[in-house]
Structures are given as structure tokens and as C-alpha cells.
Design a protein around this ligand. Structure first.
Ligand code: SF4
Ligand code: ZN
Ligand code: ZN
Length: 353
């Protein structure tokens, strides 16, 4: 049987079937359509302006490695005029993050971009290894997620960037839509499909891979022979997300457009004004100056729990009140340095007492 020719250029031999569309295409057409779709996502959402300093949240995994490569390619091809940086967070997970950071360091050389690494240890005085030693493997991802979010903003502030881009892909967003539906979290459901988020006091964040399928990202990395790290975190990832992921994979197997359809459904939801009104107003954390909807930001609350040996009690608001009832935070606990989104203040840790 004669080989199938590429359904886009009709010239070269088709060597792959696009997971998103089912088209049989050649390698070069795949690279081009994948990159062009990301370019359209960027331009239609007006994500950047010339002169922007943009940090790519880089973990060494496939999504962020492909994102760094594609951002560099598009920046050069379409003259976006961006200054690109790699920003990595070292959670302190032996046997996982230390190895993946070696990949990011190689990417720094391969893509010729400045790299900043900020560690939980440096910022919070705790590594994830030490946190798991205290709290076990149940709520570890809650700590890690809260600490990473703030660490990324602080790392970005120290790089004086205007914008952080992350490698969240279409599968991640569709999973989040499903999780918010299953939890009945309508306020989050209303926000989770936005390509770009910006709190008053935080640096703009966006997801240029919002419509890129995970399978295509893996394919792109494979055919481009990109250098990435593929091991999973040694601490069990969010179990609830795991259920949403399995469900989504089943839906995708039956109908590949399911992923994009779920995102479109999420985008089309209209959240009632009463629901929006239940969201707490943003203020700044009284202890560290980071944005917060309470007196203390989540990272300060979690850190206080760790420092007082009561970390498991700060996951919920009710438990937090119980901790407060025991007494105020002792003066000598470790706290997070003061945050300024205008990056003029050097980030320094208070001396440990
Ligand atoms: Fe952190 Fe959990 Fe992700 Fe591991 S799986 S890096 S602990 S959020
Ligand atoms: Zn082709
Ligand atoms: Zn705080």
C-alpha cells in the first residue's frame, strides 16, 4: 500500500496522526501547526507587548520545556520583542526536583536564557522533604501548591519581570473544570478557564498552552528531541485530580474533541453576580505583605502551623481558629520576608532563631 501523504502539504509522507484533529500529517507540518496555534492563542488574547520581560515557569518537565522552546521560537519568528527568562522553584524533593533542575540548567544553555532558581528552603526555611517528614503524605500537595504560587511571584519580582507564563495545557484546564464542577466550586469554575490572571498586587500570569493537548506536547518534545525530565514526583500527587484525569482520558479515547469541548463549556459558563459577590476582597497579608483574602496569607498560615508543629490543623479555616485559640504565634517563629511587587527590595531571610 502506498504511504499516505500529509493531509496539509500533500507532499511529504504522513508519519503521525494528530491527537487533536485525527489528521495524518508529516513532522514539519505538525511542528508548524502546533506552533501556529500557540501563536494564535497568544495574539488573540493579546498576552504580551513589545519590551515585556517574561519569566517561563520551568520545572524541567515536558510542558515547561516545550513552552520555553516554543516561546523562544515564536519570539524570534514573529518579533514579539520579549525578554525571556527561566524561573524555577526548588521545592526540596530529593530524588525528584534536584534531578529535574539539572535538566533546567541544561535548557538554560540550550536556549540561551537567564535562569533564576528560588528554593522553598531559602524562602520559607522548609523543604518539601522536611514538610512531609512532619505532616506525612496526605496534605503535602496543599503546602506545595500554596508555597509554589508565592515563590513564583517572589522569584518573578526579583527578576523584575512583568509576566509569568506556565506550561498548563488543555488537559490540565479541562481537568480543573471537571474538578470544580464535581466540587461545586462555582467561583473557581468561573475563573479557571481564563488564559490570564492578575491580582492587584501580583504579577500577570498566563497559559499559552491553554488549547494545546498534552499528547501533542509529548509528541512535539519527542520529535524535536528536546531535553526534558519525565519522572513523577515521589510524593503522591493530588488524588482527586487523579480521578478527574482518568475520567478525562476515557472521554478523550471515545472522542478526542472532549478536552477542547470541556474548556469551551467552562468558558461559556456565566457565574451569577451573587456568587462573585461571595468572594472575599483582596488585601495584603499583615505578616509578609503578599496578597491575601484574610489577615494572613495562606503561606504564612501554613508556615506558622509548621513552625508550631501543628501543620495539619491549618488546612481548614475552622482548624485555623482552633490554632488561634491555643494562643498567638510565638515571636521567634520563622516568617516569610516582606513582599513588594515592585521589585526593589532584596529578598532576605530573617536569621533563624
Ligand atoms: Fe509538590 Fe505535590 Fe506536585 Fe509533588 S505532586 S511537586 S508535592 S504539588
Ligand atoms: Zn506536511
Ligand atoms: Zn503572608
Amino acid at each position: 500500500m502506498a504511504p499516505t501523504s500529509c493531509s496539509l502539504c500533500r507532499d511529504a509522507k504522513a508519519i503521525l496522526k494528530r491527537p487533536k484533529t485525527g489528521q495524518q500529517i508529516c513532522k514539519n507540518c505538525f511542528f508548524f501547526v502546533f506552533e501556529t496555534e500557540v501563536h494564535h492563542t497568544i495574539t488573540e488574547s493579546k498576552l504580551f507587548k513589545p519590551g515585556d520581560r517574561v519569566a517561563i515557569g520551568a520545572s524541567g518537565g515536558k510542558d515547561s520545556t516545550v513552552l520555553a522552546y516554543v516561546m523562544k521560537t515564536l519570539n524570534e519568528r514573529y518579533n514579539y520583542g520579549l525578554d525571556l527568562f527561566l524561573l524555577s522553584i526548588d521545592e526540596g524533593i530529593t530524588g525528584y526536583r534536584d534531578d529535574s533542575l539539572e535538566t533546567v540548567k541544561r535548557n538554560q544553555q540550550q536556549y540561551d536564557m537567564p535562569l533564576k532558581i528560588l528554593s522553598y528552603d531559602e524562602l520559607y526555611g522548609w523543604t518539601m522533604d522536611a514538610i512531609v517528614e512532619q505532616i506525612g503524605k496526605k496534605n503535602n500537595c496543599t503546602f506545595c501548591g500554596v508555597f509554589r504560587r508565592q515563590a513564583l511571584d517572589r522569584g518573578a519580582a526579583s527578576l523584575k519581570v512583568d509576566h509569568i507564563v506556565t506550561g498548563h495545557n488543555a488537559d490540565d484546564i479541562a481537568e480543573t473544570v471537571l474538578m470544580n464542577i464535581m466540587r461545586g466550586d462555582i467561583a473557581r469554575l468561573g475563573r479557571c478557564t481564563s488564559i490570564c490572571t492578575q491580582g492587584e498586587d501580583t504579577i500577570k500570569r498566563s497559559k499559552p498552552f491553554k488549547y494545546a493537548y498534552e499528547k501533542e506536547i509529548v509528541m512535539y518534545a519527542y520529535f524535536k528531541k528536546l531535553d526534558y525530565f519525565s519522572t513523577e514526583c515521589i510524593y503522591s500527587p493530588d488524588a482527586y485530580r487523579g480521578h478527574a484525569r482518568t475520567f478525562l482520558k476515557d472521554l478523550e479515547a471515545a472522542r478526542p474533541s472532549a478536552i477542547i469541548d470541556i474548556i469551551h463549556s467552562g468558558e461559556a459558563f456565566e457565574v451569577k453576580e451573587e456568587i462573585k459577590a461571595t468572594q472575599k476582597a483582596q488585601q495584603t497579608c499583615k505578616r509578609c505583605g503578599y496578597m491575601s483574602s484574610n489577615d494572613l496569607c495562606k503561606a504564612c498560615t501554613l508556615l506558622e502551623g509548621l513552625e508550631r508543629g501543628m501543620a495539619n490543623s491549618v488546612i481548614t479555616d475552622r482548624a485555623r481558629k482552633k490554632m488561634d485559640a491555643i494562643g498567638p504565634a510565638p515571636d521567634n517563629i520563622r516568617t516569610i520576608p516582606l513582599f513588594r511587587s515592585t521589585p526593589t527590595i532584596a529578598v532576605e531571610l530573617p536569621s533563624q532563631s
